[in-house]
Design a protein around this ligand. Sequence first.
Ligand code: ADP
Ligand code: ZN
Length: 598
Amino acid sequence: MKDKDKEKNNSKYKIIYTIIIIVIIILIGILGYILINNNKNSTDTTIAYTDLIKKIDNNEVKKIEMTVGSTTLKVNLNDDDKDYKTIIPSTQAFIELIQQKVQDGKQIDLIQNDQNVVLVIMDRIFTFMPTAILIILIILIVKMQGLGDKGKVYDAATSNTKTTFDDVAGLDEEKTELYEIVHFLKNPEKYIKMGAKIPRGVLLCGKPGTGKTLIARAIAGEANVPFISMSGSEFIEMFAGLGASRVRKLFEKAKKMAPCIIFIDEIDAIGSRRTNAMGAETENNQTLNQLLVEMDGFEVNETIIILAATNRPEMLDQALLRPGRFDRQITISTPDIKGREEILKIHARGKNISSEVDLRDIAGDTAGFTGAELSNILNEAAITATRNGHVEILHSDIEEAVKKVTVGLEKTSRIISEKDKKLTAYHEAGHAIVSKFLPTQEDVKEVSIIPRGHAGGYTMYKTVEDKYYISKTEMEERLITLLGGRAAEKIALNDISTGAGSDIQVATQIAKDMIEVYGMSETVGPLFLKNENTYESPILGENIENVVGQEVKKLIDNAYNKAQSILKENMNLLDKIANELLMKEKISGEEFEQFFKN
Ligand code: ADP
Ligand code: ZN
């Protein structure tokens, strides 16, 4: 879809390109003329470089003009109209010096056109032809991008390639939640009459390729409103003010088209980017501020919804997440086996697929894949089938494509081998079962072997109300639960893995706190020992470090033994639940409970 927009814009770009080439040729002509007629027009007075720095510090300088690549500056002081000349070490060094001063809090604007204080400008460009031409080219290219009006409009109302929720597989809960927005876009008056406050911005969080753009388009398609999209990185420009003016234009356009949807991809490019490039940081802040201003400036009756996508919500400027802005977050995770099968089905639609193909089987082999990767696999399969001379895409073609993509993915360690899957299934089943037998532990909400972040799988617990105090028994049982993963690996597969690393870290920390902070050890007693410089207590003397260590070990050993004995008594359940996980990848709390009813 994204490519289609690009194609549309391409022809427009070609025309602009031609115009620009002509303009460049004319400009070169004029420049040449000026160059010939513009010999040495001023006899400037010189200031020493160190004096100039002093004058900058004393705020005596009005303006500095600089030719990129040259080692002379033209300086205007506050109190006279004369031009001074200064020799600098290099343009780069000078810009760095100025940037340092800006960082130190000096009021200096680094800009390209005439305004107040310091400006780094391509003045007297004519003295240095090749640089001049280069700079003009760069400016024109940047300006041209501005001309090329980057907000891409995809008018769902008129387009015949409308995207709807039917094109989005899986993501049922997300669709339900977002349907609210569709309904609002279709019937804004109802909501306004009721006095309802409609979400202005929705943040879609998730890895690339999970379908964030797709679902945003589908909302526009369902509501039959125009879809205006732009990527955060397109707002970031070297030349001041362009990013902010782009945001302004984008919203102006949206207001004319309302009701409509604005989609900002990679919003973190605006919300968090930090570079040392000249002026880029202030530029970025300007862009962000403009976005905030636009979002706050909506009238209640303006039916514009802004959707933004990011893979790193934690990197975003907090200001973006305040009420009235992107105050709703929807996380789009990688699909489970059912979701993958549905995605494969959708992308199989236009393809010549043999009836012998079992997409469920393919879904089973592609744990951890995103929608984009799955769609890519079917495309690869079509290519493979053609190359192999088949009349239809066969199951073996798809398997070959999976392998091809998998090898490419192994590097990023996203694909999970059968062995790892089995290990994860037993590990997570271990946590879940052990906790079930411990009265203080919370009920299981979900067990999954779909990788998430650094973890190969996870067991989620239902959270109850906040507690003020945690009892010793509860902490001990928490240790047992944490070690349930390792215990299951040991018992079922007679081998242990690095998968338990973080469990062990957490468990050890809890055990240490029990002894050093909460005084829960009989031997050590109620002493606070954490973060003490000297490990010495009146009762235990210098020996205390040893004693604490022994007590920690005792707690952990006991917990590990207890976890093993629970699992050994329930081997049957462990096998059953691990197998269920291998089959389904994810089981709900209710499904988990079913195993304990008979
Ligand atoms: P993102 O914006 O999250 O990076 P996209 O929406 O651009 O991802 O997804 C890229 C492509 O992957 C889509 O155009 C679509 O072909 C496919 N895709 C991703 N998720 C799904 C899904 N849930 N259902 C159907 N196709 C999907
Ligand atoms: Zn674990």
